[in-house]
Design a protein around this ligand. Sequence first.
Ligand code: NAG
Ligand code: NAG
Ligand code: NAG
Length: 219
Amino acid sequence: MASFSHLALPITISFLPLICQSIGWPIDPTHGFTQLPFNTSFYHIQKPYNLPETDRYSFFSGIHKLWVYSTDEPLSKNSPTKPRTEIIISGYNYSSGVWQFEGYGYVPCGTSGVCIMQVFGAGGNHATSLMLRVYNGTLYYYREAAIVPNIYDRWFRVNVIHDVDASKIKVFIDGVFMYEALGRGGEFHYFKCGVYAQNDDSSYMESRWKGIKILKKSD
Ligand SMILES: *[C@@H]1O[C@H](CO)[C@@H](O)[C@H](O)[C@H]1NC(C)=O
Ligand SMILES: *[C@@H]1O[C@H](CO)[C@@H](O)[C@H](O)[C@H]1NC(C)=O
Ligand SMILES: *[C@@H]1O[C@H](CO)[C@@H](O)[C@H](O)[C@H]1NC(C)=O
């Protein structure tokens, strides 16, 4: 017993920080943030311009369900953009500070080539500062970096923290820090979630969201 503790203790102490960094423990990313009011006054739905909202969006039992087809029209008649059905949280249009989006997302198997969450607003010729996309069952940062595999057919918690002044955006999935992106400038930003077709889009795209919260770091 004496020799066991003599050996085990130094090993535990020296290897634990390494294990924590590489695997990552879930934390509460909302700690230190203040939750802001969120109701229908703070968002609306963007959908193919020629269809009624109920053809592409439903809200039952606290679950927002958004879907779109690759052959659908864009959000406005002369828009060159691909089809989308998105919740646009235009009620919180920010240009400074540290802001956070939290929501539980669900993507059914088969949905691919689609942006499911974005931080709108960027400088230069970019429209967005962050896109979370799904390709073939993996969650990506744009098409650049795979963040989480096997994302289909399960609820996952998404926390996106945008520090405007530091120009950093952090992504947490199920409370685990997964990715940090550099900001891309821009005068103003807001969060969006839903389905926005990208390259190699599947014919049908759907995502569901519940428990959406907008938070701001307390000054
Ligand atoms: C939404 O919340 C705001 C702030 O609490 C409140 O003023 C407003 O009346 C609410 N709107 C609806 C539609 O519930
Ligand atoms: C956000 O604010 C900017 C700057 O005032 C404005 O141009 C833009 O239309 C706003 N966007 C929304 C969705 O309210
Ligand atoms: C997804 O799968 C399709 C079909 O196998 C393939 O063409 C495409 O390159 C894949 N996309 C990514 C981002 O891996």
